[in-house]
Design a protein around this ligand. Structure first.
Ligand code: HH2
Length: 274
């Protein structure tokens, strides 16, 4: 999942793609790099970010979504407002990525009615306050229990269970330790029976570990994506699609190394110069 932030203030690429033409070009580039899904958002959720009204969020994302879906891209809309999600679905989005996991009571009924996929993400607190004092009894169990209740709410509002994704919400009300624990033990969330999305790309916990500034966290981001997929993530939400694709291709190839079950193994010629 490639990130298209149509915002002035996102933590890593704020302002770069606020112009719709720039956002559309960026989305197309990410598809060319191998993104299966584009996650288009019009409101930053970084700690302390300004809230945006629905009308402004719609103005930022809908034209971009229309252009990208017209070109064949699969688009998710990164919003917590049902009004924005509805306009995005009209524009062609088929996935709603809700970082508040249904804080808006109209969100689940909308997703049920429109038959779209729904990502439920864990957050402690709100973007304005979430990093003040994150606190858990046991972070993995607490996140799992929260997601279980939100899956139940979505299903009872009529969302088909097979359309639901879950996400531990790396960086949303979590210390460095909490983030690391969640990535390392991501597989425990599989008990909920839903596919897992992981978003660690360029986040500040990586900078705290490596000392790298936000634009220079690709190494840390790739490591987090690989560890996350090894631990059980089904999809990763990233800024650097081409590099992530390459890293995951090596992981995938390594998983299959030595397997002799190919039907036509004899036809696989040794690679020249390998
Ligand atoms: N992280 C961000 C935004 N949306 N959605 C999901 N499902 N999971 C995430 O981890 C996630 C998300 C924050 O990253 P970004 O979009 O790069 O920044 P900003 O919120 O400042 O726009």
């Amino acid at each position: 999942m490639g990130i298209v932030n149509v915002t002035p203030d996102s933590f890593s690429d704020g302002g770069l793609y606020l112009d719709p033409e720039a956002a559309i070009a960026h989305g197309r580039e990410l598809v060319a790099e191998g993104a299966d899904i584009l996650d288009v958002g019009g409101e930053s959720t970084r700690p302390g970010a300004a809230e945006v009204g629905a009308a402004e969020e719609i103005r930022r994302v809908v034209g971009v979504i229309e252009a990208l879906t017209a070109g064949g891209a699969v688009v998710s809309v990164d919003t917590s407002k049902a009004e924005v999600a509805a306009a995005a679905i009209d524009g062609g989005a088929t996935i709603v990525n809700d970082v508040t996991a249904l804080a808006d009571p109209a969100m689940a009924p909308l997703c049920a009615e429109r038959g779209v996929e729904l990502v439920l993400m864990h957050m402690q607190g709100t973007p304005r306050t979430m990093q003040e004092n994150p606190d858990y009894d046991e972070v993995v169990a607490d996140v799992r229990d929260f997601l279980a209740t939100r899956i139940e709410s979505a299903v009872s509002a009529g969302v088909a269970e097979e359309r639901i994704w879950i996400d531990p919400g790396i960086g949303f009300g979590k210390t460095v330790e909490h983030n690391l624990e969640l990535i390392k033990r991501l597989g425990e969330l599989r008990a909920l029976g839903r596919p897992i999305l992981l978003g660690a790309s360029r986040k500040s916990f990586l900078g705290k570990i490596t000392g790298s500034e936000v634009g220079d966290r690709i190494g840390g981001s790739l490591a987090a994506a690989l560890i996350g997929v090894q631990a059980g993530a089904d999809a990763v939400r990233v800024h650097d699609v081409a590099a992530t694709r390459d890293a995951l291709a090596v992981l995938e190839a390594t998983r299959w190394a030595g397997w002799t079950g190919y039907a036509h193994i004899d036809e696989v010629a040794p690679e020249a110069g390998a």
